[in-house]
Design a protein around this ligand. Structure first.
Ligand SMILES: [Zn+2]
Length: 129
């Protein structure tokens, strides 16, 4: 897919987050409270990224208000160093199309010790029947 095709497929907010590494406002996304079972796919390319089984509720300050996962599907995502906004963070991108998804943090509340803090607009939940 060309950048132009991706742009046409997404809303302005989705494009801003997925392709320009933006962040949706906390508590604004449609998935932060979602509990349905299924698979969360990449909004751009449909690559399966996270299982609903890895989603958890967080109370960690700064990470509340976005969908939280403790594990990605095998080989679904890639990690990039991100030193924007005066912080050293790990950016999470789709392994298939490189679109921005969110950031990875250490979190003792997470089962795996890792906390994927993602943007709802980057995800497309395919519910399991
Ligand atoms: Zn993708």
């Amino acid at each position: 897919m060309t950048e132009e095709e991706i742009k046409n497929k997404l809303t302005t907010e989705e494009y801003e987050v997925l392709r320009k590494k933006g962040t949706e406002a906390p508590f604004s996304g449609k998935y932060y409270k979602e509990t349905a079972k299924g698979t969360y796919n990449c909004k751009v390319c449909g690559n399966p990224l996270f299982s609903s089984g890895a989603k958890f509720d967080t109370s960690t300050p700064g990470l509340v208000g976005w969908p939280s996962f403790d594990e990605a599907l095998p080989n679904a995502v890639k990690f990039l160093p991100d030193s924007s906004m005066g912080m050293e963070r790990t950016e999470v991108v789709c392994a298939n199309c490189g679109s921005h998804l969110g950031h990875l943090f250490d979190d003792r509340e997470a089962k795996t010790g890792k906390h994927y803090c993602l943007n709802s607009v980057c995800l497309d939940l395919k519910k399991k029947e």
